[in-house]
Ligand binder design. Structure first.
Ligand SMILES: O=C(O)c1ccccc1NCC(=O)[C@H](O)[C@H](O)COP(=O)(O)O
Length: 205
């Protein structure tokens, strides 16, 4: 089954609900964002989750020191990098990493190939003011134009309960990632989280 990552979690009740319903990964945004959490908040939420749930920290151009200290303190399984982090920078990290790319053209996919030691490649939309979490989609068709390692693919960008089945059928990702699509009036909604995970589960029926 396609795995699910619920990103931008700020409250324990949403994290618990997501994991109860079958989410595989929970994302905490440490970058400057309306979803930003402190290390202490993330630590508290993470401590309420089962150990098999992967905890992911989202960063934009953070230093190696900050990444490693936060990962250690919160108990992150992965850092997810949404900035201009070079391959050399990523290779020096002592923590497994997910490299994010904003996709507009085939050239953006070409770039991903050099990050062959990344645990996952996250493909997101380039539309919107922020480095992620904009709630906008990219043209999934681009993925069919180039050979791509779908085993390492996290599909993100504008997913929701209504489009996620089609997105999976078009791109066969290992993981689908959602943030805006499970929010109501700017807050995570347990109901939308449930409905999103349910839609993903229905794909493998
Ligand atoms: O979510 C944010 O506010 C954010 C800010 C800066 C960098 C990354 C950010 N989020 C990363 C994510 O993993 C999101 O889940 C992903 O971009 C998809 O977001 P959405 O389109 O809102 O579902």
């Amino acid at each position: 089954m396609t795995r699910v990552k619920i990103c931008g979690i700020r409250h324990t009740e949403n994290a618990i609900e997501a994991t109860k319903r079958g989410a595989d990964m929970i994302g905490f945004v440490f970058a400057k964002s309306k979803r930003q959490v402190t290390v202490e908040q993330a630590k508290q939420i993470a401590s309420s989750l089962p150990t098999n749930i992967k905890k992911v920290g989202v960063f934009v151009n953070a230093s190696q020191e900050e990444l490693e200290a936060t990962a250690h303190s919160v108990g992150l399984d992965y850092v997810q990098l949404h900035g201009d982090e070079s391959l050399k920078f990523c290779q020096q990290l002592s923590i497994p990493y997910i490299k994010s790319f904003r996709v507009q053209s085939k050239d953006d996919l070409e770039q991903t190939k050099q990050y062959n030691d990344a645990d996952y490649i996250l493909l997101d939309s380039a539309t919107g003011p922020y480095r992620g979490g904009n709630g906008t989609q990219f043209d999934w068709q681009i993925l069919n134009d180039l050979p791509f390692e779908h085993e390492r693919l996290i599909l993100a960008g504008g997913l929701n309960q209504d489009n996620v089945k089609y997105a999976i059928s078009q791109t066969t990702p290992k993981v689908v990632d959602v943030s805006s699509g499970v929010e109501f009036e700017g807050h995570k909604s347990n109901q939308l989280i449930n409905q999103f995970i349910q839609s993903v589960k229905e794909c493998s029926k």
